[in-house]
Design a protein around this ligand. Sequence first.
Ligand code: XMP
Length: 517
Amino acid sequence: MIFVVDFGSQTTHLLGRRIRELGVDTKIVQPDEILRYAQNDKDIKGVILSGGPSSVYSKGAPTIDPQIFDLKIPILGICYGLQLTTYLLGGKVVAGRKEYGPAKLKIENLKLKITNGLQETFVVWMSHGDEVVALPEGFKTLGSTGHVPFAFVEDSKRKIIGLQFHPEVEHTENGLRILKNFIVICQGSHPAQSEGSRDSSAIPQNDIIENIKTIVGDSYVIGAVSGGVDSTVAATLTAKAIGKRFIPIHVDNGLMREGTREHVVGIFKKIGARPIVVNAVGEMLKRLRKVTDSEKKRKIIGNFYIEIFERIRKKLLKKSLPVKFLLQGTIYSDVIESQGSKYASRIKSHHNVGGLPKNMKLKLLEPLRNFYKDEVREIGRRLDIDEDLVNRQPFPGPGYAVRIRGEVTKKRLEQEKKADEVVIHELEKAGILDNVFLSFPVMTGAYSTAVKGDGRHFGEVVALRVVQSKDIMTSTWAKLPYEVLQKISSRIVNEIPGISRVVYDITTKPPATMEWE
Ligand code: XMP
């Protein structure tokens, strides 16, 4: 077993997933627990020190007992894990040149166990503010980037390896190979799985169904269904577990894409359930009036949903249907961004996690809480959910509200919807829509000058965001053909009154999240 020490990285849980995919068991532990495990647990074969948002030299920064470095257990420090190792062993860490996103790594020695099978140069993903500027005694540099001289380091005697970049994220090339090499060092043998092959039986949908049965007992469950893949997979699993005691509910809040209501009804017809559809279009806009802060928007929307579900719970109770649970299609990326672990930062409060009221009567049922988007899609396929739906682009629960910077007015909502239709239509026509992870326009709240028919026009700037990702933790911007970009821009500016300009967002995640809010 490899132990992963959680210093609050957005990707600690993902690290655990990657190690499991390579056929090795993992356990995520807190910094103050690791020495005890290392001294007493016979199963421990290696330790990974995760990244995290802290600075090693800050007051109260999470740390570990340095005795661990003398136990001859292989240790892999990633980002903060490398910086902490350096700091504790006598090297130097400073507030460096901040670096988020892709960088080119050059490996100096390809003949070592940890560099086995790597190319000489490849792209790695960074996400750090601090930097190692002096290595502790015994360490050697194995690789560097243009910005970071100590990007890949090793103390071969003590079996300590350090990486400033993140091998666990989808967009780091050779990341799995490095983790596999570390496992080989830990085991002194080859890992059970080959690089990149995943053990699909590791996604236990039968266990999920059994678990739902145990949790729910003989009570009823209402489920929030949006027509997206997460809530549909969660609903299908729950329907399989408890049959008619599961009642799907769709809240039409006017912030979703045109046709969503009909789409949801169609999906559930196939499952053999008829969702209760609640029309909340007018009330939703009323509650968002004058609200400009994105965290506030999410809280208002999350709270409003719960209010509706609570009302339905009471109605069903009068019909002698005791509803105790609210099913949500929450997945792991929602959880970690909403501050899902002790030392993690809150990036944004996803409406279904951090946006919920504290005094809810309904208990949450979230069978997909520990899974990533690509895993949820895989479960969906195995449940025979249509491929079209399984591959459908995600759409955030708060819908267009988080794609309109500032106040959501009726006028701006209409503009956003029209721009979205243009984007979808043009990407579909070019055969691109199904090949990108997410595509949408943003009403930016910025204004600029245009000349329309010889007259001055001062209108809003629309940003186009099209990204590629599998598990949501990192993403790149899609390299769309210029002709498609031109067509989208011309159509939006010409066809939608009040829009002066279209810009294309070319920022990776990290640093930028996919949505603008
Ligand atoms: P970010 O912007 O966090 O987006 O990189 C990651 C994924 O999450 C979706 N998203 C949300 N989904 N409630 C949701 O149900 C939310 O509050 C929320 N915020 C972002 C986003 O569309 C993308 O798929």
